[in-house]
Each structure stands twice: as C-alpha cells, then as structure tokens.
Design a protein around this ligand. Structure first.
Ligand code: ARG
Length: 481
C-alpha cells in the first residue's frame, strides 16, 4: 500500500513538471509564414459550399468559397497554400498551438472566440436555418414545437450556442461533423438540425426527405471571418486588404458559383470515391503495422523493466503502463498532437503524431502481453534450467522464451486486430486513414451512410483475414508441441 502511494506521488510529481501550456515566443505570424514560404490554412472540409472535397478523375481536391478565398490570400501574400483538414472543434486549439497559421472555415467571430484569437473583417453574411424531416414540416414550426424534442448541431459552433439560447427546452445533440448531423435527422434520431443557409441548401438538394422549418431565430444573422493568432497585426492587415479587394470586386459571388458547380458533378459512387477507400486502407494498414512493430520493441523493453529486480526500472515501467492503460487513446492522440508543438516545440505531421500515439499506446498493452506470457511459464522450468548449470540469461533465452512465445504470439495477433480498429481514432487529428477518408466521402457525396457502410466492410475484411491467419499460425505452433 505504501509502495503504491509512493509511486502515485512520483507520478503526480512527474506530471506536474510538464509545463501545461507554453505559448512560443511571439513573432508576428506574418513573418513566420513569409519565412516558411507557405501558409497553412486550417478548415473542416465538411461544409459545402464553403469547403469540401471534389473528386475529378480519381484525384481529389479541396473546393469551395473558403478555398478560393484561401488561394487569393496565399497569392496576395506571395506564398504557397497548404490546406490542413481537421474536425471543426480542433481548429481553435490548432491555431493557438501553431499547427496552422489561420482558420478559414466558415467561422463566425463570436465574443468567446475573440478572447482566444483575432478575426479579420467579415467576408460573408449568412442566416441560421432549422431543417426537419419533410413529413414533420407542418408539426415543427415554432420554438414551442421543439420543446422536449431533440436538435442536432455541430460541436462548438454558433449553431450550438444558438440552440442553447433560443430553444432551451429542447435536448441538444452536439456532433463533430455535419454529415453525422444529417444522418441523425434522416434516421429520426433528432427532430431538427440547425445549419447555415448555404450549407442547408447544399444538403437539402441531395436529401429529398428533408426540408426547412418555418421557425425563425431572433438572432439569426451571422458573419464569417478569418481567424488569426493574437498579436499578429501585420498578418491581420494583410488579410483585411485581401478581403476588402474580394468584396470590392464582388468575388464571393464568383466563388459561390464555382462551388455550386463542383457540388453537382456526375459519376458513379465508386468511380468518384473508390480511391479514398483504397488509400485509406493502405494508410490504416501502415499505421497499424508501425504501431504493433515499434510497440512490440518498446513493449518488450517495458516488460523486462517490469520483471527486473531493479526497483527504479520497475516503477517507471509500472507508472507508464498504468497511465497508458488508464487513459483513453483519444486523449493520448490529442496529447501527442498538441503536446509535440506546445510543449516540445516540434512540428510533426499528423501522420507521425498519430503513429507515435499508437506506438506509445500499443507498447503498454504489449508489455503486459509479454509479461503475462513469460510469467505463465512454469516456475519449475527456470529452476530446472538453473540446476543444469545455465546462467539466468541463458535459461531465459533457451528455455523460458521459446515457451513464452507460444503464449505471446496469439495475444499479439489479437492486439494487431485491436490496433487496426482503434487506429480509426487518429482520424480526429486529420490522418487520412480509412475512417478519415470515409468521413471525407460523407462530406463530398452528401451521403452520410454509404461511406460508413463501406468503411465497416473494409475494416471487417482486414480484421477477419488477420484473425484467420492467426488461427493458422496458432495451429502450426500447437503441432510443434
Ligand atoms: N459558422 C459556424 C461557426 O462559426 C459554423 C462553422 C462550421 N464550419 C465548418 N467548416 N464545419 O461556429
């Protein structure tokens, strides 16, 4: 008990040594961008006609009003453009930790957000609309009609705030991505959803079962602007100059026309989106292999540390394993993604961060698999080997490990299967693995269901094949008994 307490204490001390948030010394972001020769624009490409993906001849690209604006901004700055696609609720965090330079994602400058970041002048005005199933159009017309009903909104958006304020008697269901919201409405999980006018138009055109409710919000008008890190006046001025020109020349109208054209392209589902799934499967396999292989190396070391007689090594391994197993992978992924920039000052790609998080996570589980496998070998084996004159390490290598492997291998196979499924979590930071790509297709096709079904089938084929292979391996090994 006392030992446990000391370890816990040690753990808390270690944690408190990590600086919680260390904003990097402030240069005007303008200089950073100029020096790099590239501007990183963060957005959530689930928001036609602002930003979404379009596939032409099997190649995908970002399109929409915000993308055109981003191109214009990059051109005016004289730098290259890099689009960084992630979930809307990760954008502000990414801007503050320097993962991205600016946000152009249909974002409205609210007072709460202004505390965290700066905003340019607004480049568009939009209204907020309530969408319902067509068959309920006559029943759901006023705020009162929605009392006790459930309403879907995108997480951390102005729509979420609007619902809380104006329809407090409804149950709110906040989801990460717009296609999920549409799906909840289509399937009757929620009774209404709030979207901005142009986005609503886009989805209504592809979902004939949905319609606008005649409900009107008191505080409906909202503008959209570009978000910029605080204390970057030069960047802000530059962006405002671009926006002023866009407004003067009426370019937003052109951008919108272009986006509308891109939205309604012809082609079969698979010819348009098949590529996303193939690429996604490749990335999922790659990141899972990295997780299991490097995780095994690291996990092996941890297992020996935990089995060793050295108290310090043992405690370190114990703390590590308990911490990893006691926290969700989702949290670990975010910790690595934001932590590498905010705490360590490293600028790693999303894929690398996702892979690191998976390796760190796998290592803890695999360490336990190793330890259990080794411990399961009868104690008498070690004693017998030692009494035959083998040293401790010889006995380990020649007698214990060959038997332990038989316990370890099947469990390792299971871990691999788990990792393939769990790796879907790294989609939150924008690693384009299978789940992320399926979500992209949801956004691009305005069809929230089919891409999920295809992703499920793909995951199943991967894990099922792997478990068959593992069965064969296991059978082979039991033959050698
Ligand atoms: N205008 C709303 C806001 O600022 C929603 C924006 C959502 N954007 C997106 N790309 N999903 O909160």
């Amino acid at each position: 008990m006392k030992k446990m307490l000391t370890m816990m204490l040690l753990f808390v001390v270690i944690l408190s040594c990590i600086p919680l948030y260390s904003a990097s010394a402030k240069d005007d972001q303008y200089d950073v961008i100029k020096k790099r020769g590239e501007i990183r624009v963060g957005l959530s490409a689930d928001y036609a006609p602002y930003e979404f993906e379009q596939t032409v001849n099997g190649k995908s690209r970002y399109v929409g009003i915000d993308i055109e604006l981003a191109k214009k901004v990059a051109k005016d700055l004289g730098v290259d453009l890099k689009i960084v696609d992630m979930s809307f609720d990760s954008l502000l965090g990414s801007l503050k930790t320097g993962k991205i330079d600016i946000i152009i994602s249909g974002m409205s400058p609210t007072p709460e957000r202004r505390k965290e970041v700066d905003f340019t002048e607004q480049y568009m005005q939009v209204t907020q609309r309530m969408i319902v199933q067509k068959k309920n159009q006559d029943k759901l017309k006023t705020v009162e009609d929605f009392s006790g009903k459930s309403i879907g909104v995108q997480k951390q958006t102005t729509q979420e705030a609007l619902a809380q304020k104006e329809i407090p008697d409804a149950n709110l269901s906040s989801l990460t991505r717009v296609p999920e919201i549409i799906m909840s409405l289509n399937s009757g999980k929620v009774d209404g959803i709030i979207l901005e006018g142009p986005v609503g138009d886009a989805y209504l055109s592809k979902n004939p079962g949905l319609a606008y409710s005649s409900l009107e919000f008191a505080d409906a008008a909202k503008g959209t602007a570009i978000a910029v890190p605080k204390d970057s006046q030069q960047l802000l001025d530059q962006l405002n100059a671009s926006i002023a020109e866009v407004k003067d020349k009426g370019l937003i109208k052109d951008y919108q026309d272009k986006a509308n054209e891109a939205m309604f392209e012809e082609g079969s589902f698979l010819s348009k989106y098949g590529n996303y799934f193939i690429k996604g499967i490749g990335a999922t396999i790659l990141i899972s292999i990295i997780g299991v292989v490097l995780g095994s190396l690291f996990g092996g070391i941890l297992a020996f540390m935990k089995l060793s007689r050295n108290k310090i090594l043992k405690s370190i391994a114990w703390i590590y394993i308990e911490f990893i197993r006691g926290t969700p992978l989702l949290v670990q992924v975010f910790l690595v993604y934001f932590g590498t920039t905010a705490v360590l000052g490293l600028d790693l790609s999303a894929f690398l961060c996702g892979a690191i998080a998976l390796v760190l996570n796998c290592a803890a589980y695999i360490a336990e698999i190793f330890r259990a496998g080794i411990n399961a070998v009868d104690k008498g084996q070690m004693e017998a080997a030692r009494s035959l004159g083998l040293s401790h390490s010889q006995a380990m290598n020649k007698v214990i490990m060959p038997q332990a492997i038989k316990n370890i291998l099947p469990a390792l196979g299971n871990e691999f299967i788990t990792v393939i499924k769990e790796s879907s979590i790294v989609s939150v930071i924008g690693v384009s693995e299978l789940m992320f790509n399926a979500q992209k297709v949801q956004g691009a096709s305005f069809d929230p269901f089919t891409p999920l079904l295809l992703a499920a089938v793909a995951y199943f084929i991967l894990t099922f094949t792997l478990s068959r292979v593992m069965n064969v391996v296991e059978r082979r090994m039991s033959v050698s008994d």
